[in-house]
Design a protein around this ligand. Structure first.
Ligand SMILES: *[C@@H]1O[C@H](CO)[C@@H](O)[C@H](O)[C@H]1NC(C)=O
Ligand SMILES: *[C@@H]1O[C@H](CO)[C@@H](O)[C@H](O)[C@H]1NC(C)=O
Ligand SMILES: *[C@@H]1O[C@H](CO)[C@@H](O)[C@H](O)[C@H]1NC(C)=O
Length: 296
């Protein structure tokens, strides 16, 4: 048996990792357009993609690869000015009626009024776990980073590395958790004027369209799922090399991160399904809502 020394192994691992990262990552290669082709532009040699919405259609794309767990990031600059009625998205989803889904949705607003960062988590076709936040920055003047960490113990949603939401694996108390269906990465922009802005009261002003959101630096460091077998690696839509540490597999909120999450929830949370007693008055709050905040 030929045995490699640990430093040789590390070297070859590093080499493989950089190959993976260097050869991967480009909107030209990594995604396919799902709708509104004429309103999608891939620019900057594949490093950026813009999605637009006009009075006829929205647009969107999905990753070619599907993943079972991983860390996924996108830098997004949202529709500026009057974006009322528009919804831009970045989410993960599996297929079918019993699908799993992890959502970031950005609800536009009239000029000068705040966006809403809408989040939801579906397990086995069941959603109804919305949490909404105001951003603590203007999401339309520059790119901000939106992150989904998804491992077998928890889901963490982050904005510019600040956790805004955690959803733990609470299968032990009967809450289904997404852990068996592979998901693709999706982004889109669509017309939600019937519900998005103050329940449909504020309509999209089409003469101000088309409305455009910009997406950059899609980063996926996950377990690639191809027909049942999964292997882990990373890709990023830039030509920079990144390390492919698998730290997301055990990622959790340390004390510092818990403090940040508490700050976001205290100052920027708009809606939390776990405190919506009226909505759940007949069936009771979902079981995870009865657990302490960081265990929900
Ligand atoms: C839009 O702005 C209004 C007024 O500030 C606010 O109440 C609302 O939550 C904002 N977002 C949406 C999506 O309506
Ligand atoms: C829609 O936008 C146009 C152009 O900015 C403006 O002239 C018009 O008043 C707007 N319509 C409404 C209903 O606000
Ligand atoms: C809506 O789209 C049609 C073409 O599909 C165009 O003729 C019309 O001017 C558009 N209206 C607005 C308000 O942008």
């Amino acid at each position: 048996m030929s045995s490699l020394s640990s430093s040789e192994m590390l070297l070859s691992l590093l080499f493989m990792t950089s190959l993976l990262a260097a050869s991967a990552g480009n909107f030209n290669h990594d995604v396919e357009i799902t709708f509104g082709k004429k309103l999608v532009k891939i620019v900057d040699g594949g490093k950026m993609i813009t999605l637009s919405l006009d009075n006829c259609t929205g647009s969107g794309f999905q990753s070619k690869t599907q993943y079972l767990f991983g860390k996924f990031e996108m830098h997004i600059k949202l529709v500026p000015g009057n974006s009322a009625g528009t919804v831009a998205t970045f989410y993960l989803s599996s297929q079918g009626q019993w699908h799993d889904e992890i959502d970031f949705e950005f609800l536009g607003n009239i000029s000068g009024q705040p966006y809403i960062i809408h989040t939801n988590i579906y397990s086995q076709g069941q959603g109804d776990r919305e949490q909404q936040f105001y951003p603590w920055f203007d999401p339309t003047t520059s790119f901000h980073k939106y992150t989904v960490v998804w491992n077998s113990q928890r889901i963490i949603l982050m904005v510019d590395n600040i956790p805004i939401r955690i959803f733990n694996n609470n299968e032990a108390i009967g809450v289904p958790f997404p852990n068996s269906q592979a998901m693709k990465i999706y982004s889109s922009i669509w017309d939600a004027s019937t519900w998005a802005t103050e329940g449909g009261r504020v309509q999209t002003n089409w003469t101000e369209g088309p409305f455009t959101a910009c997406y950059r630096r899609l980063y996926a460091n996950g377990c690639v799922d191809s027909s049942g077998s999964s292997s882990c690696g990373s890709s990023e839509s830039t030509d920079s090399l990144i390390s492919s540490t698998q730290s997301w597999q055990n990622e959790e909120l340390n004390v510092e991160a818990q403090k940040k999450l508490r700050w976001v929830q205290k100052h920027f949370m708009v809606y939390n399904y776990c405190t919506d007693f009226k909505r759940f008055r007949y069936i009771g709050l979902p079981p995870e809502c009865k657990r302490p905040r960081f265990l929900q």
